[in-house]
Ligand binder design. Structure first.
Ligand code: HEC
Ligand code: HEC
Ligand code: HEC
Length: 478
């Protein structure tokens, strides 16, 4: 699964925009243009909200210059057991392992390849090994990399490292993370793999311009402020989703220079409205009916993140690993906060809730398979998802009224039919159910027809899919 993740995690997200921009306009020019044309509207409202639940609104501008770590510049005082433990939990929430642990590699020793349009970037060794890891890094060095995107050597990191989201992390949590990586992680001697990016694209200075244009300022300490429980939970959820959890890295679409279109909910409705990461569509997480989380309850959201499945859907694609490595370990309180926050996001569109319609189920029962895709569905899909589209709860997800099926963007559906998928086996739901791949058996037109069929049966309402869209995904050119 790490292989899939490698591709999914790529910040490059299937666009060669950056490479093209660099080559055509010479990096600086292109970035300057983007920065002045509204791309840089990352007016980050840096909420606080750990224990105090306060919401300090730091109108962060764009250019924060080079990172200046706060706090001490020695690694003493970070060996407190409780602090290390808290850091371990936060590292799970932030899913550092997703990128810094290679497939079959030692924890956090780096070397995982991440594809970008300009070449391959390898994650680095963040174990406390003094020579090849971050053992020699001071707290300030660590903070500069994590939140400011600036390496110890002074150069800007590729935004494959999600520092624009991590900028949100509170200093107290940065300290706990530092304590964990210095004292809770086993040191591994593993030299860095050289990046596969050739000169002139390997020059890092355009990245510094990108950072100045698109990365928000970093969070200051939390303002202690009295607030009711609901506000505390909401602000905690905001902090987890926008910051540590970097959910927007996949669930927000990207602009020309691969910057997320919004880093928080004040940045506009593009925030968490859905984005394509490689060959999967990371769904709309806003309160939209039909294709968002509008018809999910708070408990539904918690169950999905904890178990990887619920009565509406099951995790696949990039979300498979997010659940496996990260969200299943979150506390129920934190998961409820995430749900509270997601439910607070205003719908981006105006779709109404869908209503179940039994026309397709009755036709299939009666053996009427005249509609395009109906026969293919009956022969290949109905055994698991049933002819009434309701599936089997917790085993084979329902297709009727599903947000995944009703997404405007059909990328995930095409990928599922072509390549199949397996649910994550989690602590609370260990059984892995698998959907087989149909890419060998069905041609592009048949895949298009069956996807179009499920998008219009049982009350579902989503645009049809043509064979060209299937071909692009099959060829990996989407
Ligand atoms: C989505 C992938 C991804 C995630 C998640 C991620 N990183 Fe990174 N990180 C990278 C990549 C790729 C690099 C190397 C970037 C470069 O070479 O410019 C990096 C670089 C770093 C560096 C700089 C190391 C050096 O040698 O200068 C540190 C420190 C770091 N990451 C810590 C963390 C921590 C701590 C977390 C979790 C809180 C984390 N990263 C999560 C991808 C990721
Ligand atoms: C590596 C990319 C990635 C990251 C990071 C990510 N997601 Fe996802 N997510 C996806 C993809 C792809 C899907 C669609 C597949 C599915 O439904 O499982 C998805 C689906 C979901 C769904 C199900 C939506 C539905 O209608 O079925 C929820 C809920 C969700 N993600 C929440 C989150 C939260 C909360 C975070 C941050 C803590 C997050 N995701 C981070 C890629 C990601
Ligand atoms: C052997 C049983 C089986 C068959 C046959 C099958 N599926 Fe699936 N399907 C699954 C399972 C299991 C999942 C959950 C996969 C995951 O989450 O990784 C799934 C997930 C899906 C989803 C995503 C639903 C959601 O919201 O999570 C869609 C859409 C889907 N299947 C469509 C189809 C179509 C179309 C066919 C026929 C071409 C088909 N399936 C055949 C078992 C099956």
């Amino acid at each position: 699964m790490r292989r899939a993740l490698t591709k999914l995690r790529s910040w490059a997200v299937g666009a060669a925009a950056l490479a093209v921009a660099f080559t055509l306009f010479g990096g600086a020019g292109a970035l300057a243009v983007a920065a002045s044309s509204g791309g840089a509207s990352v007016g980050a409202s840096v909420g606080a909200g750990i224990s105090g639940g306060a919401s300090a609104s730091i109108g962060a501008g764009t250019g924060t210059g080079t990172g200046t770590g706060t706090g001490t510049s020695t690694s003493t005082g970070f060996d407190d057991a409780a602090l290390i433990k808290r850091g371990e939990y936060l590292a799970r929430v932030a899913d550092c392992a997703a990128c810094h642990t290679a497939e079959g590699g030692k924890p956090f020793a780096g070397g995982l390849p991440l594809q970008t349009p300009i070449g391959t970037v390898f994650s680095t060794n963040i174990t406390p090994d003094a020579q090849t890891g971050i053992g020699g890094d001071t707290y300030a060095d660590f903070d500069n990399a994590l939140r400011h995107g600036v390496s110890k050597g002074g150069y800007t990191l590729y935004p494959a490292m999600p520092y624009p989201s991590y900028a949100r992390i509170q200093p107290d949590d940065v300290k706990a993370l530092y304590a964990y990586f210095m004292h809770g992680v086993t040191a591994v001697h593993q030299p860095r793999t050289a990046n596969g990016i050739r000169w002139p694209l390997s020059m890092r200075w355009p990245l510094a311009l990108w950072r100045i244009a698109f990365a928000p300022g970093v969070a200051a300490g939390a303002n202690a402020q009295a607030a009711d429980d609901a506000t505390v939970s909401l602000e905690r959820g905001r902090y987890l989703v926008e910051g540590l959890g970097h959910c927007g890295a996949c669930h927000t679409s990207r602009g020309m220079l691969l910057q997320e279109r919004a880093l928080n909910d004040t940045g506009g409705p593009a925030f968490l409205q859905g984005g394509v990461v490689e060959q999967w569509f990371a769904n709309n997480l806003r309160d939209d009916r039909a294709d968002g989380l509008g018809d999910w309850s708070r408990e539904d959201i918690v169950a999905f993140l904890k178990a990887g499945r619920n009565a509406h859907s099951a995790a696949f694609g990039g979300m498979h690993d997010v659940v496996l490595d990260s969200t299943q370990y979150m506390s129920d309180t934190d998961l409820r906060s995430i749900a509270d926050y997601l439910q607070s996001l205003a719908p981006a569109g105006q779709r109404a809730s869908l209503v179940y319609d039994d026309t397709a189920a009755l036709a299939l029962h009666a053996g009427q398979t005249g509609a395009p895709g109906a026969r293919t569905f009956l022969d290949n899909c109905a055994a698991c998802h049933r002819s009434d589209g309701n599936g089997y709860d917790g085993v084979f997800p329902r297709l009727a009224l599903s947000a995944t099926v009703n997404a405007q963007d059909p990328t995930s559906l095409i990928s599922l039919v072509l390549h199949g998928a397996s649910m994550p086996g989690t602590q609370s739901a260990p059984t892995v159910f698998t959907m087989p791949a149909f890419g060998e058996r069905l041609n592009d037109q048949q895949v298009a027809d069956v996807v179009t069929f499920i998008r219009s049966a049982w009350g579902n309402q989503a645009p049809p899919v043509d064979a060209d869209a299937v071909r692009r995904i099959r060829n990996g050119s989407r």
